[in-house]
Design a protein around this ligand. Sequence first.
Ligand SMILES: [Zn+2]
Length: 235
Amino acid sequence: MDLKNIVDEYEMILVGVGEAFEEKMDSIKENTKLSGLALDYSRKLYFENNFSRIDEAYEKLSKILENKNYFIVTLSRDDKIYKAQLQNNRIVAPCGTHNALQCEEVCTKDIYPTEDYKEKILKGEDINCPNCGKPLVMNKIGIGKYSEEGYLSQWQLYTKWLQHTLNKKLLILELGVDMKYPSVIRWPFEKTCYINAKAKFFRINDYLYHMTEEIKERGVGVKEDPVEFLRNQIV
Ligand SMILES: [Zn+2]
């Protein structure tokens, strides 16, 4: 399947990037002495400096989407997608990022650039919320409370972009999205396809590739590892 050829036939491209694109943490050798923010910071550095098959897949995606009118919703929190030559203002990451910190208790929704605290984190110092004094943690969805402030401005751009897809030739590309957060990508993407008669839906997934009854006329399920699917594209 030549994705570039397909993409070029459409005016707008909506891309969903799922769990399959998040680096598996248990495959990474980690410093067992680290915990909390220091551990998360070491992961951030790992994501930035390690070039993996997932980075290769993003580079292919960036070439396929070059000069196209696209928007990407990603469930990943590892920020790897920003390393490829994609336009950052066309990406929203509602599950968070390692590039910002938040109060553990979300006493305010405020977020703080991680890089501002780099020296302190590397020295192993505690970083406390300027408002309540509780620890600052990475601004990502996970075990504790989550401040959604970090992605809201991008989300607004995304919803505006989505409004413009109505009656347009829209290609929906869902890559490795599982059922952990179906209300972020899977269900709304299906709805977007359902209400747009000019939309086409490709669902690339190695096991959850089936299309729903309502959109099966316009949908294609491809049973394939989505990372390999992109890596194997010739662009
Ligand atoms: Zn606080």
